[in-house]
Design a binder for this molecule. Structure first.
Ligand SMILES: [Zn+2]
Length: 329
């Protein structure tokens, strides 16, 4: 489990603030964590829950060994409640159940935590029930509400919780999460550039599309600079058949931009990690035979192609024109 120090870089405002409150024993009764998927809202809520319930902790981190810590890991700690949407929404009965659980256990000395995931999905009756609960915290209670869009949470709930805004996930953070998910480093880097979060990247991997697209883009771009006639064939036979949907076409163009950016980095000897690092030798070779002017022009043209696509120009036409202008240089 990643501890507070491991999250500072990704969340440089939220983490020091929470750590300070833990150390001073001044945690709020209720927090509203707002941040997009992959930003760490869920992980940090779990970390805070663990630290709050751990009886053995020293400093800001939980001990990770005690009964409380291990029960949280196995998902059966009696004083930690997690609420997820039941279908499309979080319903009033779910909040009622939570309330009942809390009063039933009734042992005033025990600490209790509840985490509401997708808090914006509460129905208005659920939200109003929760509101009463927030207003009358029993004993030592810690509530954490998690959302991607705080403006969709009832204003009265927002005003009764401490609102923490998480930064969007860093590229490095997405890469780290993908590698943890068992994805090779070189693919992780590429996927992190193309997508906004881990979930989207994983979806791409699962249908295998991204790997095929990656190799087709590498082939197309290399041919475009070395054997232009062949590039036209690769476009028709491989690129276009693979990029059927609009989202794929946009990503296909984005992949070309990343490829050109890599080539430009090599050409101007700029230090930086390559997106297609396995292509390094070929970039080297190409950078000797290609002018910086042509690479920059190509970049501009691919970006123009992206806007043509948004203006609903047919993809085949967009791509044929694009290849033609780059070949003409
Ligand atoms: Zn512990």
């Amino acid at each position: 489990m990643r501890l507070w120090k491991d999250w500072v870089e990704a969340q440089p405002q939220v983490v020091p603030m929470l750590v300070e409150s833990i150390k001073k024993q001044r945690l709020a009764h209720a927090y509203l964590f707002e941040g997009q998927a992959g930003s760490g809202t869920m992980d940090l809520a779990m970390l805070l829950a663990k630290r709050f319930l751990c009886e053995n902790s020293q400093g800001e981190d939980p001990c990770l060994r005690c009964v409380d810590c291990t029960r949280i890991d196995t998902g059966n700690h009696p004083d930690l409640h997690r609420i997820f949407p039941d279908g499309q929404s979080i319903k009033r009965e779910q909040i009622d159940y939570l309330q009942k659980e809390f009063s039933y256990r009734g042992m005033e000395s025990r600490k209790k935590v509840y985490i509401v995931f997708d808090a914006d999905k509460m129905t208005s009756t659920a939200a109003n029930t929760l509101l009463k609960f927030l207003e009358e915290p029993q004993g030592e209670t810690l509530a954490m509400l998690i959302t991607e869009q705080a403006s969709n949470v009832l204003p009265t709930i927002r005003s009764r919780s401490q609102h923490l805004r998480f930064q969007p996930p860093l590229k490095e953070e997405i890469i780290h999460q993908l590698v943890e998910h068992g994805i090779e480093q070189k693919h992780s880097h590429f996927l992190a550039e193309l997508t906004e979060n881990k979930e989207m990247a994983i979806r791409l991997i699962e249908d295998d599309w991204s790997f095929q697209a990656r190799s087709v883009v590498l082939q197309l771009m290399y041919e475009l600079y070395t054997r232009p006639d062949q590039a036209t064939i690769t476009l028709a036979e491989k690129w276009l058949p693979l990029m059927k949907e609009r989202i794929h076409q946009e990503m296909g163009l984005e992949m070309m931009i990343l490829w050109l950016r890599d080539l430009l980095y090599i050409k101007v000897e700029k230090q930086g990690e390559l997106v297609y690092s396995d292509f390094y030798e070929r970039y080297k070779e190409l950078s000797l035979s290609t002018s910086q002017r042509l690479i920059s022009l190509s970049l501009t043209k691919v970006m123009e192609a992206k806007s043509q696509l948004s203006a609903n120009v047919a993809i085949q036409l967009v791509m044929e024109r694009l290849l033609f202008t780059i070949q003409e240089g």
